[in-house]
Design a protein around this ligand. Structure first.
Ligand SMILES: *[C@@H]1O[C@H](CO)[C@@H](O)[C@H](O)[C@H]1NC(C)=O
Ligand SMILES: *[C@@H]1O[C@H](CO)[C@@H](O)[C@H](O)[C@H]1NC(C)=O
Ligand SMILES: *[C@@H]1O[C@H](CO)[C@@H](O)[C@H](O)[C@H]1NC(C)=O
Ligand SMILES: *[C@@H]1O[C@H](CO)[C@@H](O)[C@H](O)[C@H]1NC(C)=O
Ligand SMILES: *[C@@H]1O[C@H](CO)[C@@H](O)[C@H](O)[C@H]1NC(C)=O
Length: 510
């Protein structure tokens, strides 16, 4: 019963933006957006001593952040991917940075209390003491080495595996979990582990957490699987995310992921604006404080109260939701219909002239576009089996070119995955071929309903306004075979509104 009530409260909050605090437990969490001190020549060999000296600069910053966090009652802190060593190493040049990390399923170990149990674990020792001294759970990303037998056919020729690993310490400094990144992003220095890991650890203040790293978030395994199959509602997410507009800027996509799946996502990014890395957040179904700053070179400790979500809205992505809906949802649907008619009322019944359709590349994918014309309208554009629609109404005299784009196909650049996307984008200029390019500012206020007949149920709705402002949808969900999102009355210009759909089952197709 309690679980049901909680879910009810959460549903209410999601659907109509009431923030219910009664009856929910909260804990304080922190993510640190870290301007990692980098090795200026990462491809050159270094000694263990030099590697430790380099990492100490970053460890000192971590230590400082843990102190600041502990003063604010933080129970769990997350540091970003590659935060201790940086980027661009080779397999050989990263070696002095790596440490052996024991399998916590086999041994119990508190490095702070027992520093000499394993040789070459200076970094683990310091992280463990930080967690213990700050009395908080601490998650950091580091390099791991693991010797292997050359008789093992998967053992690399240099006789060791090298993993991109997250380590988790409890508030006493015990090493309680590690996760080896599954979906490597062109990381030559690292090996892919033999099997995908679904790592879950437990806390006294918020129950269980799942963990994965950066690029993992774009794939079913282990990210969505942890949530859908293992019922995890809180995710720890160290990342070194390179922002890519219009659809995959950190805060934009990470918020959409957390909100679509109804989970808490604690995302800690690197802070290196010169490499387009910024954007960390504590994304919850209620609120999503985030940090995005391309101007400052400083790091940022983001601290927030996080609601404990105890039950997963497992059916959230399923098509059946609107059909099996409660009276409450029916009412919501009624409202949506009302909004829809409002939006469509007086709209010019626009038959799309075939001549207006054009193609342009958006993030390396060939989208089919249709430009918006006039202060209001109703457009449809299709790509393969996906047809996208928008009903829109400007709040001002249109200043800039916008277009509705559709893409249904396999994305093959910087990763292979199948997409179904409907996107209303502000074009970078007045020419059609600028539609789909990166834009950050906008002044046009647009009310819209965006929908499409998706074949996947994994759809991440994104609403991005000028200066990287993220908006929550007024309503979203299934209406027969269409997934829709609506938004009215934004106070900032619209940059992108998208239904970013991922058809995971087709990711492996050629
Ligand atoms: C890493 O490599 C990329 C691409 O090769 C380059 O643009 C960037 O400057 C390098 N970063 C560092 C810290 O060496
Ligand atoms: C423990 O924390 C205190 C202050 O909070 C700090 O002065 C001290 O250096 C820390 N000790 C270790 C071993 O981290
Ligand atoms: C959620 O639903 C999926 C598919 O319907 C099912 O396989 C999975 O076990 C469910 N997960 C939980 C945590 O109930
Ligand atoms: C995009 O697709 C259209 C239609 O298939 C084609 O005519 C056009 O050349 C493609 N554009 C690019 C840049 O590949
Ligand atoms: C989406 O709608 C178009 C146009 O009505 C149709 O041709 C297409 O088959 C539909 N796709 C799906 C998956 O139903």
């Amino acid at each position: 019963m309690e679980a049901f009530c909680l879910r009810w409260v959460l549903l209410l909050a999601w659907q109509c933006c009431i923030i219910p605090v009664q009856g929910l437990d909260f804990y304080t969490a922190a993510v640190y957006e870290h301007p990692a001190v980098l090795n200026p020549s990462p491809k050159d060999p270094s000694t263990r001593e030099e590697a430790l000296k380099h990492m100490q600069k970053n460890l000192d910053i971590y230590q400082e952040q843990v102190h600041l966090a502990s003063k604010q009652g933080v129970k769990i802190i997350v540091f970003p991917e590659d935060g201790l060593h940086g980027f661009n190493f080779t397999r050989a040049s990263i070696f002095p940075y790596l440490e052996p990390i024991p399998d916590i399923n086999v041994v119990e170990w508190n490095p702070c209390l027992n520093p000499t149990a394993y040789r070459g674990t200076e970094v683990l020792y310091q992280l463990s003491c930080m967690a213990r001294n700050g009395s908080m759970y601490l998650i950091a990303n580091m390099g791991e080495r693991q010797a292997c037998e050359l008789s093992d056919p998967q053992c690399p020729l240099d006789g060791r595996f090298q993993f991109n690993t997250n380590v988790v310490f409890d508030s006493e400094g015990n090493l309680i979990a590690k996760y080896q990144k599954w979906n490597l992003y062109f990381e030559d220095a690292y090996d892919k582990p033999k099997t995908v890991q679904h790592v879950i650890f437990h806390t006294p203040f918020a129950g269980k957490f799942g963990i994965f790293t950066c690029f993992d978030i774009l794939f079913y395994e282990p990210a969505v699987s942890l949530i859908e199959r293992y019922g995890v509602t809180q995710i720890i997410f160290p990342t070194a995310w390179v922002n890519q507009l219009p659809l995959l800027s950190s805060v934009e996509f990470h918020q959409a992921f957390a909100s679509a799946l109804g989970i808490n996502l604690l995302a800690a990014n690197q802070h290196h604006p010169e490499y387009k890395m910024t954007g960390s957040g504590i994304y919850t179904p209620f609120d999503f404080p985030y940090y995005y700053n391309m101007k400052s070179s400083e790091g940022k400790l983001l601290v927030a109260k996080v609601p404990v979500i105890t039950s997963i809205r497992n059916h959230s992505l399923e098509q059946s939701e609107s059909q099996t809906s409660s009276a409450f949802l029916q009412e919501q649907k009624g409202e949506v219909m009302q909004e829809q008619t409002d939006l469509l009322k007086n709209s010019v019944s626009h038959v799309d002239g075939a001549g207006e359709i054009f193609h342009a590349l958006m993030m390396f994918d060939n989208y089919t576009f249709l430009p918006l014309t006039g202060v209001q309208g109703n457009l449809q554009v299709c790509s393969n089996n996906l047809c996208c629609h928008v009903a829109y109404k400007y709040g001002n005299t249109p200043n800039n070119l916008y277009a509705l784009g559709a893409f249904d196909g396999l994305h093959t650049v910087h990763g292979i995955y199948y997409l179904q996307v409907c996107a209303l984008v502000k074009c970078a200029g007045s020419e059609y071929d600028t539609c789909g390019q990166s834009v950050v500012d906008a002044s046009d206020i647009i009310d819209f309903k965006l929908w499409g007949n998706f074949s996947t149920r994994y759809i991440y709705p994104e609403i991005l306004a000028s200066e990287m402002k993220i908006y929550r949808a007024d309503s979203k969900g299934w209406n027969n075979n269409d997934f829709y999102v609506t938004k009215k009355g934004m106070s900032a210009g619209l940059v992108t509104a998208a239904l970013y759909g991922k058809w995971y089952e087709k990711d492996s197709s050629p």
